[in-house]
Design a protein. Structure first.
Length: 566
């Protein structure tokens, strides 16, 4: 019996995903079989996708395609309507923004900007850490948080190793333990020496120093927090934009680039600064001048000179700015200009001057994308008519970005993930599922709306630690949209903070890719990430609760229930 039990357990351990994919849909059947109405059939699909997203029994993008199969077969939405959800304007804005970000990454412009900022801010341990945080945050506003932290990790590791080689600080702590004392904090190199009659085991564990943990965690958190400041900075932002505009198509402004930045850049900056202060206090002895952590980072002028020398060396290795970098930089500035002045509200936007038709941010992004595929990466075309044959180009230069690079670097699966969320939003709206759930939650909407806001954000913050940020937003936001209608509150009052909170994934390596990428190179213990992440979560939520109701009211007029929201 014991042997049979072990075999069964081993079979389950190996094939649990396949078993879950088969069994979970059967377990959910009572959701609509007892009362076979459209709203409950839609709820069945939502619960099914939520289970698959949380467990990742199927790849996230594959799970996102389930509405394309089940909605038509279960009579929730037709195939034509469902398929349109997978390429909405928000998806095109996402693609355009990512292609621009890939072009910046492809020409290495982001790395040059990072080195310049670090050199400008300063090279003492605190200033260097602040500079790295500022760069990661700014870069993450425009490119994915995963790409931002992937860029920062090699820079941080090289800087810390160079300081260590000069006898300033250390990348890893070294422990000396006696025989029999087992260490499990990562990989270890063991030496046994004889000290008289007693054998002493020197075990070097790859346990990062507190300074190392501070550098890597602060950059990871900056990559997540930076995505809050710009609408193209995070998949959850675009998910929110698509779901909001699906549920409230008559909204006169929608979610545009300019108003988003006016509201969320202050929240981003304050959250990041306070989080940096918290991490400095926790790991580098800020406000604790007599602590060992504080003494460890007092490197004096010698340490600053070593760090500055390293940064300058890296800049020299890159050489002068190329035409490729300059052209991509100008295209990036143009994209920000087009987004910001499409409909700035304080003056007539360029789109309003050109046409009466609705022009959204996707159009602005794709204007710049077209230029990236047209402008050559090398300006050798100017010598095409030169009398000097050696200067004439033999072949045409490639463009600033090529389709081959885009194919390799664009996360195509995320497009399906966004589209699946928009399909869920459309299905929940058309089937009446969201309205049904909201009506069953009427007891909650009797509470003060600020309390409901806090509850919604706490739920989102908890769920996002264990599941995909975009997946949590896809499940939660349609319900909040219908709750807003029932309670007669401005829909942005609940939906936008909850969407922002879906990016507050700070406590676990599996919560979001930047955490995993930062933890891997130096083997950051999970307990350290949890301890630091809880503080950053409290800071992020506190800043959001203190600022959003007031600044949101000034920008969006959140105190009134708009007529178009009915």
């Amino acid at each position: 019996m014991a042997s049979a039990g072990r075999l069964l357990w081993n079979a389950f351990r190996v094939y649990w995903r396949a078993i879950f994919v088969i069994v979970f849909p059967l377990i959910l059947l009572p959701v609509f079989v007892v009362n076979n109405i459209k709203a409950l059939r839609c709820l069945y699909v939502v619960l099914l996708m939520a289970g698959f997203w949380v467990t990742e029994a199927l790849p996230l993008p594959v799970t996102a395609l389930i509405p394309m199969v089940l909605f038509p077969l279960m009579g929730v939405l037709g195939s034509d309507v469902t398929s349109l959800c997978y390429l909405k304007e928000t998806n095109m804005m996402f693609v355009g923004g990512l292609v621009i970000a890939i072009a910046v990454e492809h020409c290495n412009l982001h790395r040059r900007v990072a080195l310049y900022v670090i050199l400008w801010v300063g090279c003492s341990p605190r200033k260097l850490n602040f500079g790295l945080v500022a760069v990661a945050m700014f870069v993450s506003m425009w490119i994915s948080n995963t790409a931002a932290i992937a860029m920062m990790c090699p820079i941080m590791e090289a800087t810390l190793k160079e300081l260590e080689s000069q006898g300033i600080g250390q990348l890893y702590e070294k422990d000396e333990v006696e025989n029999g004392d087992v260490k499990t904090d990562g990989e270890a190199t063991v030496k046994v020496e004889t000290d008289g009659a007693k054998a002493v085991e020197h075990r070097e564990t790859r346990r990062p120093s507190k300074t190392t943990i501070c550098y890597f965690l602060s950059a990871a958190y900056a990559s997540s927090i930076g995505g809050l400041g710009c609408i193209v900075g995070s998949g959850t932002n675009l998910t929110f934009k698509g779901i909001y505009e699906t549920h409230f198509p008559d909204s006169p402004t929608g979610i545009d680039f300019t108003s988003w930045m006016f509201l969320n850049v202050p929240i981003m900056l304050i959250t990041m600064f306070l989080s940096w202060v918290w991490l400095q206090y926790l790991f580098m002895g800020l406000f604790r001048p007599k602590s060992e952590d504080a003494k460890r980072v007092r490197v004096g002028q010698q340490g600053e000179l070593v760090a500055r020398k390293l940064i300058r060396q890296k800049m020299d290795d890159m050489g002068p700015m190329t035409f490729h970098e300059i052209a991509v930089g100008l295209c990036f500035i143009l994209s920000v200009f087009l987004w910001f002045f499409r409909k700035p509200q304080f003056i007539a936007g360029w789109a309003e001057l050109i046409t009466e038709h609705k022009v959204q941010d996707a159009t602005a992004a794709l204007i710049v994308v077209m230029l990236l595929f047209v402008i050559p990466a090398k300006p050798d075309f100017i010598w095409i008519f030169s009398k000097d044959k050696s200067k004439r180009p033999v072949v045409a230069s490639q463009a600033l970005i090529t389709w081959k690079v885009v194919q390799a670097k664009l996360p195509w699966g995320l497009i399906f993930l966004l589209g699946g969320g928009f399909a869920l939003a459309e299905g929940s709206k058309e089937s009446g599922m969201s309205e049904m759930i909201a009506e069953n939650l009427q007891g909650i909407v009797q509470l003060p709306k600020f309390v409901v806001l806090v509850i919604a954000c706490l739920i989102a913050s908890t769920l996002t630690e264990f599941s995909s940020n975009v997946a949590v937003a896809n499940v939660l936001l349609p319900v909040l949209a219908e709750m807003s209608k029932v309670a007669k509150w401005h829909p942005l009052y609940l939906m936008m903070p909850a969407a922002l909170t879906c990016s507050h994934a700070y406590c676990l390596p599996v919560a979001t890719p930047p955490n995993a990428i930062a933890a891997a190179p130096c083997n950051i213990p999970t307990r350290e990430m949890v301890k630091a992440g809880l503080g950053v979560t409290v800071i992020s939520l506190s800043v959001l609760f203190l600022i959003f109701p007031f600044l949101g009211q000034a920008i969006y007029g959140l105190d009134e229930f708009p007529a178009w929201a009915n």
